[in-house]
Ligand binder design. Structure first.
Ligand SMILES: Cc1cc2nc3c(=O)[nH]c(=O)nc-3n(C[C@H](O)[C@H](O)[C@H](O)COP(=O)(O)OP(=O)(O)OC[C@H]3O[C@@H](n4cnc5c(N)ncnc54)[C@H](O)[C@@H]3O)c2cc1C
Length: 518
């Protein structure tokens, strides 16, 4: 019979099999020798006082076997099914395509970037500071911004069933069992490309299509109904259903939509810098130990403070991670963070961003819909001008940023293209820099030692979410003025992060399927 219960262990105890067996034996009132097997099915860390693990364990004392953690999926042959065009092979687009296979529709995926195998070269060129390809980078290409991301799968989305389905699909396509167990699941940049390749192979072997190096440049619209689209290379595709999942870095798409009279609106977003500390320092603050030892993962943090009516918060925190250049055009510097599955770099980085509302940036464009985007562009351009050009990023010691001093030198960092000392406190707009300075002082009260000259701030973390919303009907998910057009994912302004974008893509397909079935 399978028995199951919650336990609390100190790290050393959880990794001591004898200790766990004894605890299970006491709890379930069976002799140690009678426990045939056990497995952890939920795991989280509680570092509030003395750090410990909260776990849920299943144990077998008879000849039974554990059921599979993941469920199987029935992908259909869709080669002769009705087609749905999906623009963008990011999490929203690829999970929309997978859902097409589940409900029996044929996905035709149009992606401006390259396959993961070919994209790898362009990522390496960025990391070595050699070249930025505007069509193949950290944002564009198979898997979208999700592929060379950190692969953190934690989401605040309340749609728990849907969240678990996304985790199960990722597990099905190659992610480790851990993502179904840990309270803050994580895949890592080294594993994500393989998972994307497996998803691609399933889409194609089921009869779907994927067109790389194909940039959608025009929607075919007849009397307010979508009929298909045209690509830059002259190819065109026809369908009454087009899912637009182009992410928030595809700025040309917003202009395309504006020109084709698809209704848009301005939207608030957040902007700031990325802060990087030695991982050992974050471990010692969070775990209250000199050394985290071998039984704890690199520590993370989650910080938030209201400063002068605006939220300032940590965003996409990467323990054991690397800061990367996620710009999509030359003459701009944008940073973000990623990590490998083992999270084994010597650094901990996180975006620290200030919530911005449309009234904060309305003066940046005559067309208020584009004011946030123009604001982003301007700050990214300033980051470029304040660096040594190329892909080097402007940076400052955190203690100097807070006390408004120029950094004479910079410590080592994970950012491969290189850093250049720059007075970010001076050239970042006050609405951002002053709130960041105040917030850092507050964060230092929560995490003593957070402000240190061993830490750096790197500019700029400008692409936290879309500054524009593509307006859609909340019930049908269709554009409010173009029937058959389904704006979804992060770029349309309805998701933020891998899991919520994937859920949004899947839901768009459910909406299309409802129409087709009736
Ligand atoms: C470095 C980095 C680390 C991140 N880490 C995490 C993390 O740990 N956890 C997390 O939840 N989120 C993370 N994110 C954010 C996450 O990647 C995004 O929220 C998510 O990828 C958004 O999914 P999407 O499908 O909506 O858009 P995207 O992933 O941006 O995909 C859009 C796709 O559309 C394509 N496209 C754009 N325009 C066109 C066009 N005209 N024609 C054809 N194709 C087009 C693009 O090439 C791209 O592939 C990270 C992002 C970055 C950059």
């Amino acid at each position: 019979m399978i028995k199951e219960a919650d336990f609390v262990f100190y790290p050393e105890e959880l990794f001591n099999e004898e200790h766990v067996l004894k605890t299970l034996s006491d709890k379930f009132n069976i002799p140690k020798e009678g426990i045939k097997s056990f497995r952890i099915i939920r795991k989280s860390i509680d570092a509030r006082k003395k750090v410990k693990y909260n776990v849920r364990i299943q144990c077998i004392s008879s000849s039974e076997v554990f059921s599979e953690l993941s469920s199987e999926f029935s992908f259909r042959d869709v080669s002769k099914s009705k087609s749905v065009i999906i623009v963008g092979a990011g999490p929203a687009g690829y999970f929309a395509a997978l859902n097409c296979l589940l409900v029996g529709l044929k996905p035709i995926v149009i992606e401006r970037g390259k396959s993961v195998e070919d994209r790898k070269h362009d990522i390496s060129q960025i990391n070595r500071g050699i070249n930025l390809n505007p069509e193949s980078n950290f944002a564009f290409g198979e898997g979208g911004a999700g592929t060379y991301s950190d692969g953190k799968l934690y989401t605040r989305s309340k749609k728990r069933g849907d969240v678990f389905q996304i985790l199960q699909l990722l597990h099905h396509f190659g992610a480790d069992d851990d993502i179904l167990i840990n309270s803050h699941p994580h895949i890592g940049t080294d594993k994500l490309p393989g998972i994307m390749k497996n998803i691609r192979e399933k889409i194609i072997s089921s009869g779907g299509e994927i067109h790389f190096n194909s940039k959608a440049t025009k929607l075919i619209i007849e009397k307010d109904y979508i009929k298909g689209l045209e690509c830059e290379d002259g190819k065109s595709f026809s369908s009454d259903f087009v899912i637009l999942a182009t992410g928030h870095s595809a700025r040309d798409v917003y202009y395309l939509l504006e020109n084709q009279k698809v209704m848009l609106s301005e939207k608030g977003f957040a902007m700031g810098i990325r802060v990087e500390h030695p991982q050992k320092l974050i471990d010692s603050i969070q775990y209250k130990r000199k050394d985290r030892g071998e039984f704890l993962p690199p520590a993370s943090y989650n910080l938030v403070k209201q400063i002068d009516n605006r939220g300032v918060y940590s965003f996409c925190m990467c323990p054991g991670g690397t800061i990367v250049c996620s710009a999509t055009e030359k003459n701009q510097i944008v940073v973000n963070g990623m990590s490998n599955s083992r999270r084994n770099s010597l650094y901990a980085n996180s975006g620290i961003v200030v919530e911005l509302q449309p009234e904060d940036f309305l003066t940046y464009s005559k067309n208020k819909v584009f004011s946030g985007l123009e604001f982003q562009k301007q700050i990214e351009g300033m980051a470029f001008v304040n660096s040594a050009s190329g892909l080097q990023a402007p940076a400052q010691r955190l203690s100097d940023f807070v006390s408004r001093k120029i950094s004479k030198d910079l410590p080592e960092s994970s950012y491969h293209p290189g850093l250049i000392s720059s007075p970010l406190h001076f050239w970042l707009p006050e609405i951002i820099s002053q709130k960041l300075q105040k917030a850092f002082k507050e964060f230092d009260k929560q995490m003593r030692g957070f402000i240190t000259n061993q830490a750096i701030v790197v500019g700029v973390e400008s692409r936290t979410s879309s500054p524009i919303k593509v307006l859609r009907d909340p019930t049908t998910f269709q554009s409010v003025n173009i029937r058959g057009l389904y704006p979804c994912g992060e770029g349309a302004g309805y998701a933020g992060g891998i899991v919520s974008s994937a859920i949004d893509g899947m839901m768009a397909v459910n909406k299309i399927n409802e129409i087709i079935k009736h």
